[in-house]
Unconditional design. Structure first.
Length: 265
């Protein structure tokens, strides 16, 4: 606040255009310094509001396009006024403002003591300030750059970086660097010709053919006759027991006696 008050201020009656968002306001300038300006807007501008200010200085063909913020509300001759503080002035804009303000302020002490300067005094001060500005531009050797005067795009706010405690990142597992265990090599699979393994005989699972009868030898025939005689003898003895008991018919008795006779032979 002290630095802003330390800047030289001049009473200056002019018009300026202020862009507040999408609104365009034509204001009356009451006083001017190299750091701030006091204007009378047609409507209220809340303190802290960022605006764009188009200011035309005498002797310059192009207007100064300045960023500003509403610093405080005031009153000028019973009318609502607001003080705007310039923000981030370029080197060219700052030099032009300081030159114009210092030139307009360098007036005889008698004129400075006047409570209300006349229109002639203001025109004379503007003319002198314009001459000094033109001389400054001529010495620079280049025309002032054209400054856009329309509404400027809204700059999105910068993302806020969190400042609280941050999550702990687990340390990366340390890879052992000492001697490593020896891994035995994998057995090599032979790739040359392999020995042929005979396949197993296939066991038939379907119906089997009856085995062929083996030719009977003399011993087999003798054994068969003995077995046959044993069967006949068993049958004979059982038939006799039935005959003795009287349960066999007469015809069967005769057949069995005939069989007995054959057996005796």
């Amino acid at each position: 606040m002290d630095d802003r008050r330390a800047e030289t201020r001049i009473t200056w009656q002019a018009r300026a255009t202020i862009f507040v968002g999408s609104r365009q306001l034509v204001c009356e300038v009451q006083n001017l310094s190299a750091a701030a300006v006091l204007v009378v807007p047609p409507e209220r501008i809340a303190p802290g509001q960022f605006v764009r200010l188009n200011l035309e200085l005498p002797g310059l063909e192009q207007k100064l396009d300045l960023d500003a913020v509403a610093l405080r509300e005031a009153s000028s001759d019973g009318r609502y006024a607001v003080a705007l503080q310039f923000l981030q002035l370029s080197q060219r804009s700052q030099t032009l403002l300081r030159t114009y303000v210092s030139s307009a302020a360098a007036q005889p002490a008698a004129q400075e003591r006047r409570s209300a300067p006349t229109a002639d005094d203001q025109r004379e001060r503007r003319s002198r300030a314009a001459q000094r500005l033109m001389a400054l531009v001529t010495q620079s050797g280049q025309a002032p750059a054209r400054v856009p005067t329309g509404p400027q795009p809204t700059v999105p706010p910068v993302a806020r970086v969190p400042t609280g405690p941050q999550p702990v990142v687990p340390p990366v597992a340390r890879v052992p660097t000492g001697p490593q265990p020896v891994v035995p090599p994998i057995a090599r699979v032979p790739t040359g010709p392999q020995p042929v393994v005979p396949s197993r005989a296939r066991i038939p699972t379907g119906p089997q053919q009856p085995a062929l009868a083996r030719p009977r030898s003399g011993l087999d025939e003798a054994v068969a006759r003995v077995e046959h005689k044993k069967e006949l003898r068993s049958l004979y003895e059982r038939a006799l027991s039935e005959i003795d008991s009287g349960r066999t018919p007469s015809g069967l008795q005769r057949s069995l006696r005939s069989l007995k006779g054959q057996d005796k032979e």
